[in-house]
Design a protein. Structure first.
Ligand SMILES: Nc1nc2c(c(=O)[nH]1)N[C@@H](CN(C=O)c1ccc(C(=O)N[C@@H](CCC(=O)O)C(=O)O)cc1)CN2
Length: 287
């Protein structure tokens, strides 16, 4: 799909009150913009939060972003205590990927990015194992192996921060099997998306397919979520499932689940890159 070079999007969350849509739409009207798409949600009109995403067309918008941001902050955002951003629809985001040994989610993302299905660049792939170097370098993407030895997590995270700081707008954990510390996440300071191989909140943590088989489940699934210090507890972005039965052993559950993991992660990354996901405390609003 070709993207209008003169389009941008404005994303807002703030305490709910009357007048928000009017103020935002009026601001855009005054700049000469034409609103082409709008979504909004109120968590509770009495004391909740309001979420808004507007796409707009404005000739030369890519060169006017700083001007628009300054004006919006002065004229609208401060009055409504808004958390907000204005981004050009054509500016590709930089997606760094962390992976361990499973390749299916990683290769799916690299393939979709190369085809232009995902509006992003991939500046780097980092793994705690060397296995996937050739696969990644065959996509023309730099690969760094940062092993995490016993007791060596602080040094490894420092090395990863050095590789990521200033080079990524979002980090995706494509079956990265190390738990990231809160200090790392705070230092990194950009969104991190993980694909967990279960339908959370069921089977959080390690070995979800093995535990699911033990439980005799009739579906397995995958969950893409933002990463927080607490394991597999971050705001959910996207989920899906596939039916299974007593005839499926753990290897078959993993194989069936892998297709769901790839699809769910790709959908979640697409939603994030399109600025369609707004965090509402421990949950999300997805437009
Ligand atoms: N701070 C967070 N870090 C990570 C999260 C998260 O939600 N918050 N998600 C995980 C991915 N994951 C499940 O999706 C997961 C990864 C690893 C483990 C685990 O128990 N790992 C052990 C062993 C690691 C190894 O031997 O390589 C460990 O780290 O001690 C559970 C769930 C990614 N990180």
């Amino acid at each position: 799909m070709t993207v209008d070079p003169d389009s941008a999007r404005l994303v807002v969350s703030c305490p709910d009150r009357p007048g928000i849509v009017a103020a935002v739409a009026g601001f855009l009207f005054d700049t000469g913009a034409n609103v082409t798409h709008s979504d909004q949600h109120s968590s509770d009109p009495e004391g909740g939060r309001f979420f808004l995403r507007m796409e707009f067309h404005l000739p030369g918008v890519a060169e006017r972003l700083d001007e628009l941001r300054t004006a919006f902050d002065d004229e609208v955002a401060a009055e409504f205590d808004m958390a907000w951003r204005i981004v050009s629809a054509t500016a590709p985001k930089r997606m760094a990927i962390l992976v361990s040994k499973y390749d299916h989610c990683l290769l799916d993302l690299l393939w979709r990015a190369r085809r232009g299905e995902l509006p992003c660049e991939v500046p780097v792939v980092i793994s705690n194992h060397p296995d996937l170097r050739t696969d990644v370098e065959n996509f023309g993407v730099p690969f760094f192996c940062v092993p995490v030895e016993q007791g060596g997590k602080p040094a490894a995270e420092a090395q990863m921060l050095a590789l990521l700081r200033g080079h990524a707008d979002v980090v995706v954990l494509a079956r990265y099997m190390q738990i990231l510390t809160g200090g790392f996440l705070d230092e990194l300071g950009i969104p991190v998306i993980n694909i967990h191989h279960s339908f959370l909140p069921a089977f959080a943590g390690a070995n979800p397919y093995g535990r699911a088989r033990e439980r005799g489940v009739k579906i397995v699934g995958a969950t893409a979520h933002y990463v927080t210090e607490e394991l597999d507890a971050g705001p959910i972005i996207e989920q899906d499932i596939v039916r299974v039965s007593h005839r499926h052993d753990v290897d078959t559950l993993e194989r069936l689940g892998a297709d769901v993991e790839r699809t769910v992660l790709a959908r979640a990354v697409q939603l994030h890159l399109d600025d369609r996901v707004l965090v509402d405390g421990g949950t999300t609003v997805v437009f």
